[in-house]
Design a binder for this molecule. Structure first.
Ligand SMILES: [Zn+2]
Length: 321
């Protein structure tokens, strides 16, 4: 290996994607933002003089020498996507660089203005193996009930998951991406590599952040609606009671309360439970013998198994369409 071999220079305009066709070591020179995907580099990765580096690979290794480079990828470049290189990679003259979990064997960042790295937790499977991935700029995609995981790479993409019924890992690398997850009784673990990304989940989804290599990323959960605790509404309880005396029970939402008078906890969904012993005619109580209840309960102290509310026609169309 010597430094006197002149590297091959390849010129591109716009976005450039390295996908295994170049002889390593490869230098990617002068791209704006660069995204290095999981398992992309089967060697060392060196980032020379970037602004910010957001990385799930820890830094500190020896750099790839610039005189070892065999291929230079340059030109009038926008963003760079490093999807696969068999060997070492140098990235020079980039603005921000996003390095996914397991993206390279080692990483060195020379002269970076700032490096963001959080090793709080690692995804249990490589993001490369997830069923769904969206990569690029301002892409949109909707998927129903994906398995294992979803990944988003790039900037200002929108990925929507409907009707999720399996636990999910969500891996977001880049900036300004939005992920929305609607589902039932599932756990979601989110990994952020970058900045200003947002993941929001519906009320029956439990979401936690696994790690955040970056800043200003958001994870939001919709509050549980009171309807989730209602087994039967008053009108449902009266339905079909044409003639005679009946005892019925039903629940009503208790609006405008921030904490539950029963258990004392702050709660999203608070309802009151009622009983009525009455004489009914055509579904209406015409004489009440006993009307009890008003006891409060919330999602923390309810004996009811919390389930999804009935879907509105619009939600049904979104999920089934
Ligand atoms: Zn309560």
């Amino acid at each position: 290996m010597s430094g006197d071999q002149k590297p091959v220079r390849r010129e591109f305009t716009g976005d450039v994607r390295l996908d295994g066709g170049e002889t390593a070591p490869v230098e990617l020179r002068g791209a704006e933002d660069v995204y290095v995907s999981a398992e992309a580099v089967s060697g060392r990765l060196t980032i020379d003089d970037p602004e910010y580096v957001f990385t799930d690979v820890p830094t500190g290794a020896d750099p790839v020498a610039d005189d070892a480079v065999r291929t230079v990828v340059a030109g009038d470049l926008d963003d760079g996507y490093v999807d696969r290189v068999d060997g070492d990679v140098r990235i020079s003259g980039a603005e921000d660089v996003f390095v996914e979990y397991g993206a390279a064997e080692t990483l060195s960042a020379i002269g970076a203005e700032q490096v963001f790295h959080d090793d709080a937790a690692a995804p249990t499977r490589s993001p490369e193996e997830y069923e769904v991935s969206l990569s690029g700029w301002e892409g949109t995609r909707t998927v129903r009930d994906p398995r294992d995981g979803i990944s988003v790479r790039g900037a200002r993409n929108e990925l929507t998951v409907t009707d999720a019924r399996h636990d999910l890992t969500v891996y977001v690398a880049g900036w300004g991406n939005e992920v929305r997850i609607e589902g039932q009784a599932i756990d979601v673990t989110v990994y952020f590599v970058g900045r200003d990304n947002r993941v929001s989940v519906g009320p029956y989804v439990t979401a936690t952040t696994g790690a955040e290599s970056g800043y200003d990323n958001e994870l939001d959960s919709d509050p549980l609606p009171p309807e989730a605790l209602i087994e039967e509404t008053e009108s449902e309880a009266y339905r079909g009671l044409l003639f005679g005396r009946h005892k019925v029970t039903y629940q009503k939402p208790a609006p405008d309360r921030e904490w539950c008078p029963n258990c004392g906890e702050t709660a999203d969904a608070i309802v009151t439970r009622h009983q009525r012993d009455a004489f009914f005619l055509f579904g209406k109580p015409i004489r009440t013998y006993d009307h009890g209840g008003g006891a409060f309960e919330c999602e923390r102290c309810t004996p009811v198994a919390i389930g999804p509310v009935e879907l509105s026609p619009e939600e049904r169309r979104q999920i089934l369409g």
